[in-house]
Design a protein around this ligand. Sequence first.
Ligand code: BT5
Length: 261
Amino acid sequence: MNIVEIKNKIDTQIVGKKILFFEEVHSTNKYLYQLALDRNLDDGTVLISDSQTAGKGRLERSWVSPKGKNLYISILLRPNISPKTVSIFTFLASCALKETFDGYGVGSKIKWPNDILVQSKKISGVLTELKLNKNIVDYLIVGIGVNINMDSDLILNLMPDISYKVTSLSIELDRAVEREEFAAELINNIDKYYIRFIKSGISKILSDWTKLWGAIGSMVEVVDGNNIYKGIAEKVDENGFLYIRKDDGRLEKVITGDFSF
Ligand code: BT5
């Protein structure tokens, strides 16, 4: 990965003014979180690694992160928000991701709450973590994994159980993709949405995300363990919770789960 090339291709106001690069870390989220404890990193600092030995998903799940193939990126942000509304930053990243994929001509779909799918297969996931200081958000780490150049054999090898529902940009485009170009475009888009957030607040990000998501008014289903929620998606609120209108007319709040529509 050539970081100078990424720097040359970005044109941003806040995100990516400083980019830290490592050949290998345990997790870009964890490492950036720790670095920010020790030194005062600026809003918008980016950390990229060529591989992760312990890439993280939500709820201690793991993110498969082979070397030299994909993008593993974390962004430190210092927004002035309540801890309850951090999910908005997962949405912000999803908007930027969708725009970046659309720029490559692959039709991507946002899957609530934190995935991006292409052809119904997972190509990217977002993990937002926060550091609190006396109940105030000190900083957020928005971590993004994007499958860029993994081929089907590698996916099958590394993720035999889920390979049928995983894809990469190179598989979808049937050509190798320059990771630096994707990373730069993504950073540009995150900066754009972050500035939009600073100017117009959470409601603007939520409305942008809701439009790009496209599931409001549709019949949806969320499976969370033994609970199955089914009905019409009515809204998503500032906490990232989904409200489903059930057949019997009741409105059900859903916090997380495996979503489909
Ligand atoms: C996510 O979690 O989708 C968030 C993933 C965030 C990863 C980035 S990489 C840079 C930064 N540093 C980190 O340490 N993490 C972030 P979740 O919704 O919990 O999905 C995790 C599940 O996705 C796993 O349990 C697998 O089923 C599946 N999975 C794992 N690796 C994958 C991959 N490379 N591509 C597609 N699916 C994968």
